[in-house]
Ligand binder design. Structure first.
Ligand code: NOJ
Length: 546
């Protein structure tokens, strides 16, 4: 990477799921004080920036993705003064800060929605949301057949008879992005936080803001299920062309500020070509590459997704991003630790099949980390991924908090299993997540095996996941070949991914059952497992200097 390229073209961004990262005040919920106390850890890990999940005032119907006030910090997480101090201290540690912005919907407690409820039918206050009359006798049926992503209809009826749209929980009414006040308000919120020094935003549900003006029904699903939820051209509420005009305006706002502020879109697009439309020069800077995350552990599929990502994003001058896990998906050691690794399908219930082979999942996760961190572009690391945490698949029903659980009539256990508070030290819960003498229990119970995964347990152990991530992240900083740039596939048998990057770097990942002899090299820079006799065995990866 040349030194003049903006930082976000090659950054490794660490995702802080705030309520599960570190609890500073001992109430069992992570907070800003906790993040501040762990900045030295993040610095030593070697990341460039952190994305912090929503920290705004919220009734927490969806753990902060239901925002009541974008200009206030939720008291469970701290105060505005603490947020400002965090931004400043992170910068002193050389870490950039990217909060989450949630423009598709607000909380039902947001002053706008409260005003809309009070003002009644046909009022200008209701016009900031999507209110409609119902269908059928006395309007008792929802206005259309759209489904909430959390299960059940995407519409809720008020006592006065009108229905409002919520693509997520009923506590998350969708905003009407045709309304000029909605557009102006969000540009103002961006400026509010840019003035406080944030380096960019992660945009929640970026692909959902614009709805078809007539709100038409979705077609029935081919498998006979309710209705098609995801993707496809001219979908009435996902990935509509008109959304890009909003982001062009946001780009202009970011460009008003010095220091290369950046956006990353959470955009579930139906194809790499459609994803590339979010990241054109006058649009957003980057988007999560969910195609990479969703791919099964298979050399052919991985190679295809790497090629198509680089080709389509490269064609619009955007860097690729690579991501394996986040707070919405099953942690990847648990996805990969199955006999058959299922491909992730957006908006479909994901249930890993068969028993977990955690050793296998860990071995593959180690190889995947070396693959991800050596591909051209930027990468995301979800907290706890560097500790090799598995999904907690056996949380008791009564502790589940994700709205998916209730909304799905207890068929979808939701995302709590990847959100369990992470372990820092010690032999017993709360494993250093909360301070000594804490009054509250961690908001989700931590499994006993967390003791082997803590930062303390892994630090200094060369065979640990944490030390693998540390070495990889530090090498990535030191090696001019890594980060942004080109890659060239090297000849290798099917099942082996081998590529070079200049100057003088080679990555090889063996996903086949056949041991693979390492290509010519001057030294092994890093290996996911020790290399024996110059052979790379199955599910093993290596970084070589040529
Ligand atoms: C995507 C977020 O990542 C997820 O956690 C949230 O539930 C939905 N958007 C709704 O805001």
């Amino acid at each position: 990477m040349t030194s003049t390229a903006p930082w976000w073209r090659s950054a490794v961004i660490y995702q802080v799921y705030i309520r599960s990262f570190a609890d500073g005040n001992g109430d069992g919920v992570g907070d800003i004080a906790g993040i501040r106390s762990r900045l030295p850890y993040l610095k030593s890990l070697g990341i460039d920036a952190m994305w912090i999940n929503p920290w705004y005032k919220s009734p927490m119907a969806d753990h902060g993705y239901d925002v009541a006030d974008f200009r206030e910090i939720d008291p469970r997480f701290g105060t505005m003064a603490e947020a400002e101090a965090l931004i400043e201290e992170a910068h002193q540690h050389g870490i950039r800060v990217i909060p989450d912005i949630v423009p598709n919907h607000v909380s039902d407690q947001h002053v706008w929605f409260q005003a809309a409820l009070a003002a009644g039918q046909g009022s200008p206050e209701r016009d900031r949301f999507v209110f409609r009359e119902g269908r059928g006798a006395e309007g008792a049926e929802p206005p259309n057949n759209w489904q909430s992503c959390f299960g059940g209809p995407a519409w809720t009826r008020l006592p006065d008879g009108q229905w409002y749209l919520h693509l997520f929980a009923p506590e998350q009414p969708d905003l009407n992005w045709e309304h000029p006040e909605v557009r102006a308000e969000f540009e103002d919120i961006l400026r509010f936080w840019f003035h406080r020094g944030v380096d960019g935003f992660r945009i929640d549900v970026a692909h959902g803001l614009v709805k078809h003006p007539e709100l038409p029904d979705l077609p029935p699903r081919p498998d006979g299920g309710a209705v098609a939820a995801q993707g496809g051209l001219d979908h009435p509420h996902w990935d509509r062309d008109e959304v890009h005009e909003i982001f062009r305006a946001w780009r202009r706002v970011a460009d008003e500020f010095p220091g290369n502020r950046k956006f990353v879109a959470e955009a579930w697009a139906p194809s790499p070509e459609r994803l590339a439309r979010y990241v054109r020069e006058d649009g957003l800077h980057t988007a999560f590459n969910f195609d990479f995350l969703m791919t099964s552990w298979n050399a052919k599929d991985l190679r295809e997704v790497i090629d198509s990502s680089l080709a389509t994003l490269g064609a619009v001058g955007a860097p690729a991003t690579w991501v394996l896990s986040n707070h919405d998906v099953t942690r990847h050691p648990s996805r990969f630790g199955r006999k058959v690794v299922k491909k992730w399908v957006a908006n479909e219930l994901y249930r890993p099949e068969g028993p977990l082979d955690f050793e296998l999942g860990t071995r593959r996760a180690r190889a995947a980390a070396l693959l991800m961190l050596s591909l051209p572009g930027g990468a995301y690391v979800y907290q706890g991924e560097e500790l090799g945490l598995p999904e907690v698949e056996d949380l008791p029903d009564e502790v589940l908090q994700d709205p998916c659980w209730e909304r799905s009539g207890h068929t979808d256990r939701g995302r709590d299993g990847c959100r369990v508070p992470i372990p820092w030290s010690g032999q017993d819960a709360p494993f250093g997540f909360s301070p000594d003498g804490a009054t509250g229990e961690p908001w989700l119970p931590q499994p006993a095996l967390w003791k082997d995964h803590s930062v303390e347990a892994q630090t200094g152990d060369d065979a640990s996941m944490l030390e693998l991530y540390r070495r990889a992240l530090h090498l990535r900083r030191d090696l001019p070949a890594l980060g942004e740039g080109d890659m060239t596939w090297l000849d290798a048998p099917a099942g082996v991914l081998a590529f070079s990057r200049e100057p003088g770097f080679v990555c090889v990942v063996n996903l086949s059952a056949e041991p693979y002899r390492l290509p010519e090299h001057s030294s092994v820079l890093l290996a996911s497992e020790p290399v024996e006799d110059g052979l790379l065995s199955q599910d093993q990866a290596v970084w070589l200097a040529r």
